[in-house]
Design a protein around this ligand. Structure first.
Ligand code: ADP
Length: 690
């Protein structure tokens, strides 16, 4: 089937074979591999997205589970709450119970809010008005004495007398506060302080002075008293108590009075008890935060929320993001409270996730159970896409993939990071480049292999071509002298030729032809010896000039017969040198016979021996066809013959120069050629003298 291949040159054959059998399949495999790498990269991207989704779902389901539990707890506990004041305790309890949830607010159907940290208005306490008519009268008289007559001692007596008529705790607190006030006006601060201290002992959560919890007022007054009498240590201690009380019993949801007290006391305190203060300050911060939050909800969100709540029937948890003012959006979650429960005036409960807690506690704990392998790390990005949490405390900036949490629940993203900080593009590019490099390397090796193979095959086929040419040349060269020898031998043998001159001529022809034959056979035999490594030289100190002269003499007449002019220049003295004389003679004769063979019209040969400092130069110069520059290197190759178009193409084996060079090199010499096509060649053998 590959018949047609027979007629194609080896070069084309190799090209064809390498193209079809190596390069095309190689290219196809490379293309398919690159494609599969691309697919792998795509698959990896999909895989990363899938993993990020899984992680996101896990965290999200935790959040959903958490808020569902929270809602159930709220429903269960609201059921057992009896009094409104307990609602606040409930919120505080929930706040502690659910650290992941913060800023819990109960919404009443009139838009009033109940918060865990702050109470709404006064503590539902009794009115500051005196409870009995008698008391009212005495108070009026005492106030007259105090404010109009400025008779503070009288006022104090009147207030003391009212003490018996005081029915409620609130009455008693009022009396103590008024007596204290008058003592202060009299600058009798110590007595005043005593009165206020009585309030501290008696007051409970419901007592108040002028709408402000009685204990707060009493402590504040005592601190002022101490300040007046210069008891600064005592004053500071009282201020600290007051601060603590304010922090533990914040009461004013709208912020007003309460924040005023809190700010001024917090400002006054320069405590030495640093630990205690740190704790208090963080509580203060929470209260201030919640107060700001409540304020924002009241002023910006509550209106819209109320109308939404009216339409809401189911108890599902709604997540909304409110843009209130220029600051960040407020994410609020809420659910309605069914009207069937006792606290019928409550319609909903709103809350937020405590982001700090999620990032520092909940997510790290949940993610610790997610094993993604050592190369992948999970991080959380916030709404501005900046990293707010990263597993394993790594420092990475670019992520592989990121997946949003369900909007409204929490406006963040779950991101996967490569632990070396690479992006997905960099990861796949690295792999692609690696494979690409590998393929290019393999292709290069393949190409190199093909080139080497092609060269070897071409060389071998050239050699085999030259060999067969050699065989036909040598056969021809053997046959011609043999035929001549035989023909002239037979003629002489038959006795037909009688003239002495003729006979001598015939004998001479037979001798010359047999010499040529010997030369040829010597060349072939020597080549085969050299080729098999069996050639041995016999060196002896010889006069080189004599050897060359003798060889030249043997052929001189014959060459002159062919119309050549021979010019020779040799030193008069002997040049003694260590050589194998037969070999050197053979080398010289090869050059000489080439000069004869490759000359056309200009039949001029010059043989020269020149003695130099350390060497001797034997050169043979002809004016023949010359050798092209790019052939100069090849002529020494075995069997090589330059294809030429001489009219009478000379016979030859392609071995002459190969042998000559070998012989010269065996004598530690070298051979050079200086030639120009059309003008002639000069071959020089240089042999070292020592
Ligand atoms: P060949 O038997 O063919 O002469 P050689 O090895 O002696 O083999 O020479 C190799 C080839 O070099 C020859 O075929 C011929 O083309 C070229 N060559 C050798 N000597 C000469 C010369 N003096 N002038 C031109 N070409 C030469």
């Amino acid at each position: 089937m590959f018949e047609f291949l027979k007629h194609i040159t080896p070069k084309i054959k190799i090209l064809f074979l390498s193209l079809f059998l190596i390069l095309i399949p190689g290219a196809i495999i490379s293309y398919l591999s690159l494609k599969s790498i691309q697919e792998k990269a795509d698959n990896q991207r999909i895989k990363f997205h899938g993993t990020a989704n899984l992680v996101r779902d896990k965290l999200e389901s935790k959040l959903y589970q958490l808020e569902t539990n929270f809602r159930n707890s709220v429903m269960d506990s609201i059921l057992i709450v009896e009094r409104e004041t307990e609602l606040q305790d409930l919120l505080q309890f929930l706040d502690l119970q659910y650290p992941a949830i913060s800023n819990i607010l109960l919404v009443g159907n009139n838009g009033e809010l109940i918060a865990g940290l702050l109470t709404h208005g006064q503590n539902g306490g009794s009115s500051a008005e005196p409870s009995s008519g008698v008391l009212k009268k005495i108070f009026a008289q005492a106030e007259k004495k105090e404010f109009i007559e400025k008779n503070y001692t009288g006022a104090i007596e009147l207030y003391r007398s009212a003490y018996n008529s005081a029915l409620s705790l609130q009455d008693k607190v009022n009396i103590h506060s008024r007596i204290g006030r008058n003592y202060y006006k009299l600058s009798r601060f110590k007595q005043g302080i005593l009165e206020y201290e009585k309030i501290l002992i008696q007051a409970n959560e419901t007592t108040s002075i002028g709408n402000i919890p009685a204990s707060i007022v009493a402590l504040q007054q005592i601190a002022e008293g101490y300040q007046e009498i210069g008891a600064l240590n005592d004053r500071n201690k009282i201020l600290l108590d007051l601060y603590q009380l304010l922090l533990n019993h914040p009461w004013d949801l709208s912020g007003g009075d309460y924040l005023f007290y809190l700010n001024s006391v917090s400002h006054e305190i320069h405590s030495t008890e640093a630990d205690l203060m740190d704790e208090m300050r963080s509580l203060e911060e929470r209260i201030l935060d919640q107060s700001a939050y409540i304020h924002l909800i009241e002023s910006e969100i509550l209106g819209g929320l109320m109308s939404e709540l009216k339409h809401l029937t189911s108890s599902e948890i709604i997540h909304k993001s409110y843009q209130a003012g220029p600051g960040p959006a407020i994410d609020l979650a809420y659910f309605t409270i069914p009207p069937s429960i006792k606290q019928a005036h409550l319609i909903a409960l709103a809350f937020q996730f405590d982001k700090d807690y999620l990032l520092t506690e909940l997510f790290p704990r949940e993610l610790a159970a997610v094993a993604l392998g050592k190369d992948i790390t999970v991080g959380i990005l916030n709404e501005e896409d900046s990293l707010v949490y990263l597993q394993n405390d790594l420092q990475l900036s670019s992520y592989l993939v990121a997946e949003n949490f369900t909007q409204k629940l929490i406006p963040w993203k779950v991101a996967l990071f490569d632990s070396t900080g690479k992006t997905i593009e960099q990861l796949s590019a690295r792999e692609r480049n690696l494979y690409l490099g590998l393929f290019i390397g393999i292709l290069a090796v393949m190409l190199m292999g093909i080139v080497i193979l092609a060269r070897a095959v071409i060389h071998e086929s050239e050699i085999s071509r030259m060999k067969s040419e050699f065989v036909s040349n040598v056969t021809h060269e053997l046959k011609t002298p043999l035929a001549l020898i035989r023909m002239f031998g037979e003629t002489l043998d038959s006795g037909i030729v009688t003239e002495e001159d003729k006979r001598r001529e015939f004998y001479s022809i037979i001798r010359k032809e047999s010499e040529r034959l010997t030369h040829l056979i010597n060349n072939v035999l020597d080549y085969s010896r050299i080729d098999s490594g069996n050639k041995e030289y016999e060196f002896e100190k010889t006069d080189l000039v004599a050897v060359i002269r003798h060889s030249l003499e043997a052929y001189k007449f014959h060459i002159r017969d062919m119309g050549f002019e021979i010019e020779s220049k040799m030193p008069e003295d002997a040049v003694m040198i260590l050589i194998d004389k037969d070999a050197i003679s053979q080398a010289f004769l090869n050059l000489l016979s080439n000069a004869v063979k490759y000359s056309e019209e200009r039949k001029h040969i010059r043989v020269e021996i020149a003695r130099e400092t350390n060497s001797v130069l034997i050169s043979v110069t002809d004016q023949g066809i010359g050798i092209a520059r790019d052939e100069l290197k090849k002529i020494y190759n075995k069997f090589y013959r330059i294809p030429n178009d001489m009219v009478k193409k000379p016979r030859g084996s392609g071995l002459g120069l190969t042998l000559t060079r070998h012989i010269v090199e065996a004598h530690r010499g070298n051979i050079e050629v200086d030639s120009e096509p059309g003008r002639g060649s000069r071959f020089s053998i240089r042999l070292p003298l020592t």
